[in-house]
Design a protein around this ligand. Structure first.
Ligand code: GAP
Length: 475
């Protein structure tokens, strides 16, 4: 059984052992802060994506989804402010040459202090970050004798800004090559398409545009497994509103997004809101939804009131008018924007952390335990496992028929090897909510045993009912 301290380590190992997440290019010793999703991870990730996409687009008549390219015209990033502002204050240790994000370095130190002292240090840091006071941040690090974890010294350089965007060349060297960026957020693909979507979809403000896609950031300190990656996926929605109504919509989206998280059955005590102290260059209000990971409360999603900053900037840089004519008030304006932005990989990590449980099932007669992923049934990679009790007597044929009847509706898994108990344990470990066993009684009365993952209870149900039982839980 793992303790609280090593639970996170156990989760990481579990993700690898059961085909959820692998280190990228592992056979070459891996690539730092880049990960691949395995056979069950890819399914779980897709299910999270689908759940978000459906709740945003299908369930909101005034939100449509798009899929913009990762590569965008370089001027996009000048206009959005990312070329000039998308940077973090960094500091290097002169002895080890290791570079740190200043806030991460100080946060790491604060965690080692008693709670009150740690909080006081973080409050000082927040104040200095808000003022962009780099000299003050360096003094804070020195005064607190914060050491480099590699060299163990306090021999620090000045604090400098470091841009997080990756760049590459478009076109071959023989052609005229130009530098372009890998997008650091998906949002700009929505902003530059605002008029395309508004006009072709005949959308009326207030309305939203949603998108899921890859984003790239050259994170200097990439830690905590898939929590902070260099290549990751975002699920973002920009909601365009009439100027002056942004506060009201900001509150509405804060509430709605929290309800989305809670709709997956997570304990509400595991979530809280955290207001931003230092606002991004485009925002007039911003809040994070934080979840209590095994390593503490951390951001999963941001809700930002982005004003009319982005559309106005694209209007100015492209020299194309980006306005909306509001027939209700007979006015042209540049809409204001409320953004909801959630990291898909972070939501994946949250889902696994929230589901992972080690249970001691020992009785006086027998030692026993299991690891179970109590995933919401609609997100589980496999919904139903089908087991013939033996490989003979016509049981596999009945099991195969059940598989064929269910496969078109949801993901099923067939297995006839090993004792039933061991087969159950393997499904518990990947979070399969239902296992069905076909036995000799099935041949007599057409019933099967259905076993429920969380309670481990088993009941006899008609074979013909299995598909509907599962469908009722996953819709
Ligand atoms: N368009 C706004 C935006 O990108 P953000 O707070 O920088 O805002 C939004 O990112 C979300 O993207 C975060 O709440 C987080 O879930 C996810 N995210 C950001 N950086 C990430 C990284 N390096 N690795 C994984 N997820 C990340």
């Amino acid at each position: 059984m793992s303790t609280d301290q090593n639970k996170f380590q156990a989760i990481i190992s579990h993700c690898k052992e059961y085909g959820f997440v692998f280190q990228s290019s592992e056979i070459y010793d891996g690539l730092s802060a880049v990960y691949d999703y395995g056979q069950y991870g890819a399914e779980l990730k897709k299910n999270i994506k689908d759940y978000w996409w459906k709740s945003m687009t299908q369930l909101h008549e005034n939100i449509v989804g798009i899929d913009a390219a990762i590569f965008m015209h370089p001027t996009t990033w000048k206009a959005s402010g990312h070329v000039d502002n998308f940077s973090d204050p960094m500091i290097d240790n002169r002895d080890s040459n290791k570079r740190y994000r200043v806030d991460h370095l100080i946060e790491g130190h604060a965690e080692t202090l008693p709670e009150a002292a740690g909080n006081a240090l973080l409050a000082q840091m927040d104040e200095l970050l808000k003022e962009n006071d780099f000299a003050g941040l360096k003094s804070l690090i020195e005064e607190n004798k914060i050491k480099c974890s590699v060299s163990g010294t306090v021999n620090w350089t000045e604090v400098r800004q470091f841009n997080l965007m990756f760049s590459t060349q478009l076109g071959s060297v023989t052609e005229e090559a130009s530098e372009i960026f890998l997008r650091p957020e998906t949002a700009q693909g929505i902003f530059v398409n605002f008029l395309n979507v508004q006009k072709t979809g005949r959308m009326k403000v207030p309305f939203g545009i949603a998108q899921i896609g890859k984003a790239f950031r050259n994170e200097i300190v990439a830690r905590q497994f898939i929590f902070r990656m260099r290549e990751f996926e975002q699920m973002e929605m920009q909601f365009f509103v009439r100027p002056g109504t942004q506060q009201e919509w900001y509150e509405k989206w804060k509430e709605e997004r929290m309800q989305w998280h809670l709709s997956l059955g997570t304990d509400p005590a595991k979530y809280h809101f955290k207001d931003h102290i230092k606002l991004a260059h485009y925002a007039d209000a911003a809040v994070d939804i934080e979840y209590e990971f095994p390593f503490g409360f951390k951001e999963v999603e941001g809700i930002h009131s982005r004003t009319d900053f982005d559309l106005k900037q694209h209007q100015e840089y492209s020299k194309k008018k980006i306005q909306y004519f509001d027939t209700e008030i007979n006015q042209n304006y540049v809409p204001y924007v409320i953004e909801t932005s959630i990291g898909l990989d972070r939501m994946f990590l949250l889902t696994i952390c929230n589901a992972y449980e080690e249970q001691d099932l020992s009785t006086p007669e027998k030692q026993d335990s299991r690891v179970v992923l109590k995933l919401p049934a609609k997100l589980a990679p496999v919904k139903l496992a089908v087991f013939p009790l033996t490989k003979k007597d016509g049981l596999p044929e009945i099991a195969r028929e059940l598989m064929d009847g269910c496969k078109p509706y949801f993901h099923c898994f067939y297995e006839e090897k090993d004792a039933i108990g061991r087969r159950y344990r393997r499904q518990d470990a990947i979070g399969t909510p239902f296992c069905v066993t076909i036995d000799h009684q099935t041949k007599e009365d057409g019933t099967v045993t259905i076993r429920h993952r969380d309670s481990m209870e088993q009941e006899r149900v008609p074979l013909s009912e299995v598909r509907n039982i599962v469908l009722n839980k996953i819709m």
